[in-house]
Ligand binder design. Structure first.
Ligand SMILES: Cc1ncc(C[n+]2csc(CCOP(=O)(O)OP(=O)(O)O)c2C)c(N)n1
Ligand SMILES: [Mg+2]
Length: 816
């Protein structure tokens, strides 16, 4: 190559570099303008709340450069610049989110369900089928609780390890390219104080998974300074013990200033290389960041930052620093030419202006799109009110609502429905077609808009568990009774063979095959990655499940005992239960949580905190099989479907004898369907799980005194009895008793509401409906502690007898 050729080549690559730098600068400016204008939109009342990414722009540009197709982000509300830099968020979409536009095409993050600043990409097509995740940049959907993005991040990273190292998954190319994907976490400095942050950091170090954790450090968490948050005020300092060395696996820990564009790019490329090729986790502590507008629109940071600090934040604003670097940049070539990004400041001023204009236009377009849709609906409503008013004797009242409505400049749908629903009351004694038109509009309009807010709590696809065909267990003619845990184990064996994506992990689940031997020998057969032991860390066990399920795997995450689910309840409730809902069906995590409970003895072994669970996890199915055959059948059903569920096995059932089915792995217990396990005419007792055996024992004793109860196994609490079969039993017996070992007012109250209110069971009752539960305290330890804390067969007998005594005191004479 001649000198001039070399020179030309250098010029071209410099030209590329320059363009990239200026493009990045533009993205940063656009993002900043969004933050500035966004705040104004909230303060003028167009949007409800704003939390923005100003002051964190530059490191996100560097992150975006290292982020490849197939990678996943799990982050928090500051990451708008990153989303813009990977082309997954336009300024118009940013504002549509702020206004809560309910169209998923217009507001792709959540169809208006989440407040702005909560980002997501679409892993699923509209019909719920997977997209090719390796061909796009992926962002798991953000949630607001601080650090709650951490547990799932672990699973997102672990999926790469599984895809790389489990040979049966080699052809799952729409989810992974040989495990080369990195999971990128972001978190604020203060949120690292949360327990799940440390739990996740430790677990990722143990598992050695490609997770790169960025901490955006602006020294504050709202008004609270780092000195109250973090020992030594530095997360990288205190995590030093995690640094890998020649003798130990661990982390690579990198520290960089958030305003140093060049250093940031270098650090992010290095981190990406390490995690991607060797699956070593990396922590990047990004320091010296700022919050130009304070934490959120809820307050101003002048209240708690010193004058010096505020000045420092101005001087070290990462975009200002980047801008200065661009202006100062000079590169002398071999022939002495000096290359610059810009000759004068004019170029940057022009970019600043363009950014402002673009964002302004985007804001306007988003607002108009949002408002015009509602205004169209408002016009229809106004016309309907006008027509009805003309015919009505209450014309003045209705006209008033009409005028008030039509004068609202920036209406909500609430305004429309309030006017319509209040007006229709004035028409109750009248009859004309305009009234009918108004009524019909209210019904169809409410229904249509309601869907925008209430769809996708559970799957609406053909793979919804409600659409899976049940199949009965079949048996050999010659009865073969085995310990029930053998049925569970052999069924899992078939499932692991049948579903290469299936993984099972938890405390003691691997080497010994779970504490009750339901996985005995399966690690040996399927390897340490597919049947695995984990540390004692319930929240991140669930996080592993969520993250891996989001990447196309089918994890069964074991929580050793039901009482310890509470450690993970926050993640189940905030993350898993809301995932499908908050993404309007564009992300899913069909993780199955396997656990065991009921009939435990002890304060922290209460065994059945069901009310607490079902109240917190709407969006996740909750299944309570009474034996192992039923439980295994639930796993078989769930693996055909696309939804998350918690399956609670009966802890005292593993050694009981059950008959071994021949169609293991394929028979399916239906979900949302009750089973009547004993017929009777006098009184219906509904229960679930282990208490059913107590009820059955009581039933035998009751038969001796000529009381014949019908026993229903609820089997599935969420959803409960979708075909409304229970009420048919009440119609026959006219009496209802709900038995469980939860606290009073727990799951028994839920069942009462379902049966009496939703199924209209109240109309058939001849006796007061009753519940029999444990005492309000947790169970005391030991046989007598249990007997005096939880319902016994005697309690069931006496409760039923008492109800029958009230009906017929002569026949059923008082016992005491
Ligand atoms: C579990 C939980 N507690 C409290 C909050 C309220 N909250 C929202 S953001 C925040 C401060 C977070 O600070 P930091 O992690 O440093 O992030 P920054 O906003 O500074 O980027 C708090 C306390 C929350 N969202 N979730
Ligand atoms: Mg902070």
């Amino acid at each position: 190559m001649t000198n001039t050729e070399t020179q030309q080549k250098q010029n071209i690559s410099f030209e590329d570099f320059k363009n990239e730098v200026l493009k990045d600068y533009k993205i940063a400016r656009v993002s900043r303008e969004c933050s500035l204008l966004g705040r104004r939109e909230v303060l003028t009342g167009k949007a409800k709340f704003g939390i923005f990414g100003d002051g964190k722009e530059v490191p996100q540009l560097a992150l975006a450069k290292a982020f490849k197709n197939g990678d996943f982000r799990s982050g928090y509300y500051r990451d708008q610049t990153f989303m813009m830099a990977i082309d997954e968020l336009t300024p118009q979409q940013f504002f549509s989110g702020l206004y809560a536009h309910t169209d998923i095409e217009v507001e792709p993050m959540s169809a208006g369900r989440q407040m702005g600043g909560h980002f997501a990409t679409h892993s699923l097509h509209e019909d719920g089928s997977w997209k090719n995740l390796t061909k796009q940049k992926n962002s798991s959907s953000d949630i607001s609780p601080t650090a709650a993005q951490m547990p799932r991040l672990l699973g997102l990273a672990q999926a790469s390890k599984i895809f790389r190292n489990v040979p049966v998954l080699r052809n799952h190319t729409q989810f992974s390219d040989n495990g080369n994907e990195v999971a990128w976490g972001t978190i604020g400095n203060a949120s690292t104080s949360e327990g799940v942050f440390f739990e996740t950091i430790n677990a990722a170090g143990v598992l050695q998974v490609p997770m790169i954790m960025s901490v955006w450090d602006d020294d504050y968490g709202i008004s609270v300074h780092a000195k109250h948050q973090t020992t030594k005020e530095s997360i990288s300092e205190i995590l030093k013990g995690f640094q890998r060395d020649e003798n130990h696996d661990g982390y690579e820990i990198l520290v960089v200033n958030g305003w140093d564009y060049v250093q940031l790019i270098e650090v992010y490329q290095k981190a990406s290389e390490i995690a991607r090729t060797t699956h070593v986790p990396v922590l990047i502590h990004v320091k010296e960041l700022t919050q130009p507008q304070g934490h959120s629109t809820s307050g101003s940071h002048e209240r708690y930052k010193s004058v010096d600090r505020l000045k420092w934040e101005k001087d070290f604003d990462c975009i200002a620093k980047m801008r200065a670097w661009i202006l100062d940049f000079e590169l002398e070539t071999e022939d002495g030419t000096v290359l610059r990004f810009v000759d004068t400041e004019e170029t940057l001023i022009l970019i600043d202006k363009e950014a402002k204009k673009e964002v302004n236009n985007a804001k306007r377009a988003a607002w108009n799109a949002y408002l015009n849709e509602i205004k169209g609906e408002l016009n229809t409503a106004v016309n309907l009110l006008e027509s009805a008013a003309q015919k009505s004797s209450n014309k003045t009242f209705i006209t008033k609502y009409k005028i008030d409505l039509s004068e609202i400049v920036e209406p909500n749908r609430k305004d429309i429905l309030v006017a319509l629903r209040k007006s229709v009351r004035f028409l109750k004694d009248e009859n004309f077609s305009e009234k009918t038109a108004l009524q019909q509009f209210i019904t169809t309009y409410s229904k249509r808009i309601q869907q925008k807010y209430s769809s996708h709590l559970t799957s609406e696809t053909e793979k919804s568990v409600l659409n899976i065909h049940p199949e009965k267990p079949r048996y050999k003619e010659e009865k073969k009774l085995v310990d029930a845990r053998i049925i569970m184990r052999d069924n899992f064996d078939v499932l692991l063979k049948k579903h290469p994506e299936l993984l099972i992990f938890g405390e003691d689940s691997g080497f010994i095959g779970d504490v009750n031997q339901g996985l005995e020998g399966l690690q040996k057969k399927y390897g340490e990655l597919r049947v695995a032991d984990t540390g004692i860390r319930e929240a991140t066990i669930i996080g592993q499940g969520i993250g891996m399920a989001m990447r196309g795997l089918r994890p069964i995450a074991e929580i050793q005992y039901l009482d310890y689910l509470i450690y993970a309840l926050q993640i189940l409730s905030d993350d898993l239960a809301t995932l499908l809902y908050r993404t309007f069906g564009r992300q899913k995590a069909p993780v199955i949580i396997r656990t065991r409970g009921h009939r435990l003895e002890g304060i922290w072994h209460a065994g059945s905190p069901m009310g607490g669970i079902i109240n917190n996890v709407r969006g996740i199915h909750v299944l309570v099989p009474r034996n192992m055959t039923k439980a295994a059948g639930f796993y078989n059903t769930l693996l055909e479907g696309d939804e998350p569920a918690i399956v609670i096995e009966c802890l005292n059932g593993y050694r009981l004898k059950e008959e071994m089915p021949v169609n293991l792995g394929s028979y399916k217990t239906p979900i949302g369907v009750i089973e009547t396990i004993k017929q009777g005419d006098d009184l219906t007792v509904i229960s679930y799980g282990s208490t059913l055996r107590i009820v059955e024992e009581a039933a035998r004793d009751l038969a001796q005194v000529d009381i014949h109860i019908e026993i229903i196994d609820a089997q599935s609490l969420l959803p409960f009895d979708i075909h409304h079969e229970t009420v048919k039993s009440i119609a026959k017996t006219n009496r209802l008793l709900v038995v469980d070992e939860d606290l009073p007012g727990g799951a028994s109250a839920y069942l009462l509401q379902e049966i009496l209110e939703n199924q209209n069971g109240y109309q058939y009752l001849d006796s007061k409906p009753a519940t029999l539960t444990s005492k309000a305290h947790r169970p005391a330890y030991g046989t007598d502690g249990d007997y005096f804390s939880k319902p016994s067969a005697e309690d069931v007998f006496e409760k039923v007898y008492e109800m029958m005594h009230e009906v017929n005191p002569l026949k059923y004479k008082s016992l005491f």
